[in-house]
Design a protein around this ligand. Structure first.
Ligand SMILES: *Cc1c(COP(=O)(O)O)cnc(C)c1O
Length: 230
């Protein structure tokens, strides 16, 4: 068994345990394997172990892997910051974009999505803990942006994504995740039919699942430590 296969099993059993503790079904929580900085071979090994969905932060690096692995049935999620001059590459190569945080980027993605591809599945990134320099729309601006994005023809708005600062313990993590869940619930109460609440990473997926996450994004616990910082 490869290390990646073993790690995936460990992560899957953490998901199962967390779902059971929260009184939720396993199928309510999707696992996104975050493969940034790891090569196409690592992605292929994870796929051989049953993993289908992969998250990437760096567009150029991702496009190389996506092209190299074109023969596999994979789903690719862009989860990193997107500059205007990279939107075309994203629109042409990814299935999902979770890091939409301004209208201009969403408009370009919609315009540049090739007609032969399915609509781009999109999440609005929410800056839940308010760091001024962080990516993501502030919680009170999320509804206006979500309504504008939902109206774009070649995008399909699925939900929100957030990357809160690491919390000191489980209860503190749950408090932050609950505030993100409240934004998600608010958008649905306003009439947007959203099904994706993307929150939780290697260190805090249990707290995220306890707080209602429907997608956890896990890198280190599957692929190991990264050399690059980000
Ligand atoms: C790197 C990254 C992750 C994965 O983080 P780990 O702690 O390695 O699990 C998840 N989401 C985003 C947006 C990331 O950039």
């Amino acid at each position: 068994m490869t290390t990646i296969e073993k790690n995936l099993q460990t992560v899957q059993s953490r998901l199962t345990t967390a779902c059971r503790a929260a009184g939720r079904q396993n199928r309510e929580v999707a696992l996104l394997a975050v493969s940034k900085t790891f090569d196409a071979g690592a992605v292929a090994r994870a796929h051989a172990a049953g993993q289908m969905a992969f998250g990437e932060n760096y567009i150029q690096e991702a496009v190389q892997k996506i092209s190299a692995l074109r023969h596999l049935d994979l789903q690719w999620h862009c989860i990193g910051p997107i500059q205007s001059n990279k939107t075309r590459l994203v629109a042409e190569h990814f299935d999902w974009v979770q890091s939409v945080d301004r209208l201009k980027i969403a408009e370009r993605l919609s315009e540049q999505r090739p007609g032969h591809l399915a609509p781009l599945q999109v999440c609005i990134q929410v800056n839940a803990d308010g760091g001024a320099t962080k990516s993501g729309v502030l919680p009170w601006d999320a509804l206006a942006l979500a309504q504008q994005v939902a109206a774009l023809p070649n995008l399909r708005l699925r939900g929100i994504m957030s990357i809160p600062e690491p919390a000191p313990d489980f209860d503190a993590a749950c408090a932050v995740f609950a505030s993100i869940k409240a934004v998600f619930d608010g958008l649905n109460a306003a009439g947007l039919a959203l099904d994706t609440l993307s929150m939780g990473m290697s260190a805090d997926l249990e707290a995220a699942i306890a707080s209602g996450s429907t997608m956890v994004r896990v890198g280190t616990a599957i692929f190991g430590g990264r050399m690059k910082m980000d």
